[in-house]
Design a binder for this molecule. Structure first.
Ligand SMILES: [Mg+2]
Length: 217
């Protein structure tokens, strides 16, 4: 566990999560996806699609959606996801998702792992709602919808882009790395190996009055 115990940062009321590999166990086989779409090795898949003409990109977007849709059924919740999200929701925190996946797949995935009722559709930002991470636009969109200042927002993710996005938007960052390697320590405020660990260090309601006051809808 490498985080300040009861870090004040964890009492923030607006939590934005990455989906794949953060709320869920990773299921994407990126080598397979690249091969299926003809994306050169090492290239960013969404950047590659964005570099094509609309006519060239359309069938590849459809194929990507098809592949990711097929993954929904295989998806499992990451350890501690239900406990962490349940506690945050019960404490009145607002929960969002910022993902390079689509909003549609995210909604299905959240339902499949049993936490769909904790999220509002409009608080899920997928690749069609904002420029993809590491662009900070998605975080800014959510913060603006919530009327939240960056100092009251956290971005939680398992990958470099999540942390870069959080830094670029000026919000707090939590790196969840099950391997415990923490390759980008300068970009993360809190380091945990699982959401279960994060739930365990969440301030208790009595130590953190903010969590006893539900945020108005
Ligand atoms: Mg991820």
């Amino acid at each position: 566990m490498r985080h300040p115990v009861l870090s004040p940062i964890l009492s923030r009321r607006h939590w934005i999560f990455d989906l794949d590999g953060t709320l869920t166990l990773p299921v994407h086989d990126f080598a397979f996806i690249r091969a299926s779409l003809g994306v050169p090795d090492g290239s960013d898949i969404l950047d590659f699609l964005a570099s094509l003409s609309v006519a060239e990109a359309a069938p590849l977007h459809a194929r990507l959606q098809e592949i990711e849709e097929s993954l929904v059924e295989k998806t499992e919740a990451a350890p501690g996801a239900d406990e962490l999200l349940g506690r945050l929701h019960a404490g009145g925190a607002r929960l969002g998702v910022l993902t390079r996946n689509t909003r549609e797949n995210t909604l299905r995935t959240l339902s499949a792992i049993g936490v769909g009722s904790l999220f509002r559709e409009e608080w899920i930002i997928g690749r069609d709602e904002a420029p993809p991470k590491p662009a900070p636009d998605g975080i800014r969109q959510l913060a603006s919808r919530w009327g939240a200042e960056p100092v009251d927002v956290l971005m939680v993710g398992d990958y470099l882009y999540d942390l870069q996005t959080g830094r670029a938007a000026g919000v707090g960052t939590v790196h969840v790395d099950p391997a415990g390697l923490f390759r980008w320590p300068a970009l993360a405020d809190v380091l945990v190996t699982s959401l279960a660990e994060l739930a365990a260090v969440l301030p208790a309601a009595e130590e953190c009055p903010v969590f006893t006051v539900p945020v108005p809808a």
